[in-house]
Design a protein around this ligand. Structure first.
Ligand code: G3P
Length: 226
């Protein structure tokens, strides 16, 4: 399963890229609004696309298909790895078909049902983004639609990739992998929690303590050869 980072914070994106943890980035207007400040938006977006090799989702603000198409073309011109995020509305599906016909990647976002996901795949979406956390918030089992979408896409051989979004905790990540999702997009706070385990920290401390007690040091390559 691929991992994307769900943030527009360039420091977090660079940190995750340095650790080799991420295959792409997803942003949305709310995430950009938190970090962009007075920076030029195009320059800021360019910094993000330069920071990773994989796809970077940038979202349109227009709500009509013509506007989405125009904004999508502008965003796609920023870098080769830009994917256009459009909402799962009637207009968004029209824009998806047209952007895909122009060879531009599309991430259809704000998906809350398997039926919506099927329509997005038929429109040619590159990625479908079901928001599991926001479904949990309204007492629906968010992960259920991931299982449904996986089954439907497999039934018909759709190559739209399932990009699980609105991930709130490590179990969403594990369940995404168990259900065969293609990608999980993870906010930095959750991503770093995936790495950590108290037993790992305790184990490292014990190894170092024991090595120090026995005055063990790692021999250099020259020492090992001698
Ligand atoms: O990728 C979509 C994600 O950013 C939404 O997350 O936590 O705002 O529901 P959340």
């Amino acid at each position: 399963m691929k991992i994307f980072i769900d943030t527009a914070d360039i420091k977090e994106i660079r940190r995750a890229a340095r650790a080799g943890l991420i295959d792409g980035v997803t942003t949305n207007p709310s995430l950009l609004a938190k970090v962009v400040g007075d920076a030029n938006l195009a320059d800021y977006m360019k910094e993000i696309t330069d920071a990773v090799e994989g796809p970077v989702s940038l979202e349109v603000l227009a709500t009509d298909s013509e506007g989405m198409l125009a904004q999508g073309r502008d965003l796609a011109a920023l870098a080769d790895n830009v994917v256009i995020k459009v909402p799962l509305t009637e207009e968004g599906l029209v824009a998806t078909r047209r952007l895909r016909a122009e060879g531009i990647g599309v991430n259809v976002t704000l998906c809350f049902s398997a039926s919506q996901a099927l329509l997005a795949a038929k429109a040619g979406a590159t990625f479908i983004s079901p928001f599991v956390g926001r479904l949990d918030d309204i007492s629906h089992e968010g992960m259920e639609i991931i299982a449904q979408i996986r089954e439907i896409y497999d039934n018909y051989g759709f190559d739209t990739e399932i990009l699980v979004a609105s991930i709130r905790h490590p179990l969403h990540f594990v369940d995404s992998a168990l259900l065969g999702a293609d990608i999980a997009t993870i906010p930095p706070a959750v991503l770093w929690r995936l790495v950590q385990h108290p037993l790992t920290d305790r184990g490292v401390e014990a190894f170092l303590r024991d090595a120090e007690k026995a005055r063990i040091e790692i021999p250099s390559a020259q020492e090992a050869e001698a």
